[in-house]
Design a protein around this ligand. Structure first.
Ligand code: ZN
Length: 48
């Protein structure tokens, strides 16, 4: 085998991310992409 078998979600059989989270938004096991700055939800444009 030349390529590594990727882990798959046991719920939707979607391939998992490197950290083992599901990337299928429709899946019950879906995990949002982890952003570095999670608390910062400021939208571009500025509200001042
Ligand atoms: Zn899944």
């Amino acid at each position: 085998m030349a390529f590594k078998l990727k882990k798959r979600c046991k719920f939707c059989a979607h391939t998992l991310r490197d950290d083992g989270t599901c990337q299928n938004p429709k899946c019950v096991n879906y995990t949002e992409e982890q952003n570095e700055s999670k608390d910062q939800e400021t939208k571009a444009g500025g509200e001042s």
